[in-house]
Each structure stands twice: as structure tokens, then as C-alpha cells.
Design a protein. Structure first.
Ligand code: PMV
Length: 333
């Protein structure tokens, strides 16, 4: 029988130790992106990636034992359990349920879900944190990160706040593929959320990623370019060199979208509004303002800047929602 990928972390299913458990996990935005898998069952990436979590912006999930079948309510609306996402969730839960136990999951996000703001990342991280309580596993954060990764790759970085590196690893079942929190705080760092389109994504990140890896020639340059971006970003973080951080993050996001546009047939998440924002950002930089953009599998843009430039960035983007990644997060050392 095919082993459930969660069993690489959990040896055997156990009985719940409580009726209900609740947990929160932050969203995260990658500065060096995860794009491309070496294994889809375990969500093992081809390269390392590095993100910053959004402090108290993310997902709160309550899980309890249910009768009959799994149910999931997302921001007040039931999820269709036969949809792609519903099946993915059921399959994930199959890895933890003893016997025929079913679950009721209530999940709410305090960030715009339509913004494609890594809601599956904070969602799977919060689910794993709540399951850890419900079953009394007392797993290490590293094991929780490995488990969240099985649900959604980027979720392995949402177990922590602050900067988190996801080490790709080389092992077949992902024992060495998990998030590592970096002991760096940057209280002046700001992330501006710009929602340009609330429509559903034309294609899930999962499908777009696999299609790009399979058909883009440009993607062949991705592993080397990503390794270089990781080295430059890690040194920029240790030197608190915001200009380098911003340039690396923006360029890496543009490269990711270029590989998608090079896929056959091409995939594009960008709209005219996306492109217009990018150009405004470039114009601000020409005028000497250190502001950069990044974009994930959706049309919306996240801006990166520092607190002293906040008012001038707001003049150009008055609708921007500002997140302070280090607002309540305290350094661990
Ligand atoms: O974790 P997934 O399968 O939703 O992939 C997300 C990938 C990006 O958000 C586009 C990049 C990243 O590193 O978060």
C-alpha cells in the first residue's frame, strides 16, 4: 500500500486528547520564491526559498470531531468537499485520522483571501498547529513544519513569524525539508498589500508550477538563479541592506512570472493593473524612493519598503493596506 506522506513524520495515528482545538498561523510572503517540485507527494521543492511572515495577519482554525463526514467552513462558507481543494484536505486528514474519525474545521482569515495572500500556507500551518493540540502530539516546530509542507509547500514557512528559510533538502521523503526561523528582526520593514483583482485565480499555483517546470525552457535557469538569489538575500539580511533585499525579491518574482509566461501554453496571473503598479514602483525608484514589488500566483502586488518612506509610498498608493511584520513578533534570542 502507498504510504501516506504524513507518515514520514507521524508514526501511527493516535486518539484525540480533547474535543476541540484552535490555533493561529501567520501568512508568509516569499522574498525568494518556491517554484517547482522535485516530488509532488511530499511537496519537496527543487530549491531553497525564504519568506517573511505577516505577524498577526493570517488564519485561525478550530478543529473538532464530527459525525458522518469531514466538513470545512472557510470564512463562514462551507467548502465543497468534492472540489479539488476539498479532496486535497480530505486526503491530508486521512494521514492523521484513527479509524473512521471525521473532523469539523472552521477557518477564518484576517487578510483578504481573494488577494492570493498565501491563504493555503497560513491555512495548512494553522490546521497542523490545531491538530497537534487536538491529538496531544507535542511535536517539535520542525516536525510541524514538515507536516504543514505536505498540505501546501509554502505552509512549512508559516509555522513561525519573522524571516523563515525553507531548506529544500535532498532526502526522498523530506526529512530534511522544513522551515528554519532566522534570528533577525527588522522592525522598520513594511509590506504594502495592493489588491487589484478579487476574481478567482485562472489556475492553481500547484498546476501552474508543474506546467511551468514541464514546458518552460527558461525554467532551466531557475535553480541556479535561485541559489544565487538566496546567497545575496541572506547576506543582505545579515547586513540589513534593504536596497539589495528589495532588488533581489523583485527580480526573483519577475523571473518566476517570466518562466510561467514561457510555459507552453503560457500562464499569466498579471493584469493591466498589475503591470501599471510595477511601473509606478519603478518610477518611484527613479525618483530615489526605495520601494520594491513582489507577486505570487495571482494578480495582486505586495510592496516592500521601510517605515521612513511609508508616507511617500502611501501618496502613490492610497488604497494600500500596510502590514508590519515585526509588530508583535519578538526576537527569539
Ligand atoms: O505552497 P503553494 O503550493 O501554494 O505554492 C506557492 C508558491 C508561491 O506562493 C507562488 C511562492 C512561494 O514561495 O510562496
Amino acid at each position: 500500500m502507498h504510504k501516506h506522506p504524513l507518515h514520514s513524520v507521524l508514526s501511527s495515528p493516535s486518539e484525540p486528547v480533547m474535543e476541540q482545538a484552535t490555533a493561529f498561523a501567520p501568512s508568509n510572503i516569499a522574498l525568494v520564491k518556491y517554484w517547482g517540485k522535485r516530488n509532488s507527494d511530499y511537496n519537496l521543492p527543487l530549491t531553497d526559498s525564504l519568506s517573511v511572515s505577516l505577524d498577526n495577519k493570517g488564519t485561525t482554525t478550530t478543529i473538532s470531531i464530527a459525525d458522518g463526514q469531514d466538513q470545512c467552513i472557510l470564512n463562514g462558507k462551507p467548502i465543497e468537499m468534492h472540489s479539488d481543494f476539498g479532496k486535497r484536505l480530505t486526503h491530508f486528514l486521512d494521514g492523521v485520522r484513527p479509524g473512521g474519525l471525521c473532523f469539523h474545521i472552521e477557518t477564518t482569515s484576517n487578510i483578504p483571501v481573494a488577494a492570493g495572500l498565501a491563504s493555503s500556507a497560513s491555512g495548512f500551518a494553522a490546521l497542523v498547529l490545531a491538530l497537534n493540540q487536538l491529538f496531544g502530539w507535542q511535536c517539535s516546530d520542525t516536525d510541524l513544519s514538515r507536516m504543514a509542507r505536505v498540505g501546501s509547500g509554502s505552509a512549512c514557512r508559516s509555522i513561525w513569524n519573522g524571516f523563515v528559510k525553507w531548506q529544500a533538502g535532498t532526502e526522498a521523503t523530506g526529512q530534511d525539508s522544513f522551515g528554519i526561523p532566522l534570528d533577525i528582526t527588522w522592525p522598520e520593514l513594511r509590506i504594502g498589500l495592493l489588491i487589484v483583482d478579487e476574481a478567482e485565480k485562472p489556475m492553481s499555483s500547484r498546476r501552474a508550477m508543474n506546467h511551468t517546470v514541464a514546458t518552460s525552457d527558461l525554467f532551466r535557469t531557475w535553480p541556479e538563479r535561485t541559489a544565487q538569489a538566496m546567497r545575496q538575500l541572506e547576506s543582505a539580511l545579515s547586513e540589513k541592506d534593504f536596497g539589495t533585499l528589495g532588488h533581489i525579491a523583485e527580480n526573483h518574482a519577475l523571473l518566476m512570472h517570466a518562466t510561467m509566461e514561457d510555459a507552453k501554453p503560457p500562464v499569466s496571473y498579471s493584469t493591466e493593473a498589475t503591470q501599471a503598479i510595477r511601473k509606478k514602483v519603478w518610477k518611484l525608484r527613479q525618483d530615489g524612493i526605495a520601494v520594491f514589488s513582489t507577486q505570487d500566483a495571482g494578480p495582486n502586488i505586495k510592496l516592500l519598503f521601510l517605515q521612513p518612506t511609508q508616507s511617500v509610498v502611501l501618496e502613490t498608493f492610497p488604497d494600500m493596506e500596510i502590514v508590519e511584520p515585526f509588530k508583535t513578533h519578538l526576537p527569539s534570542a
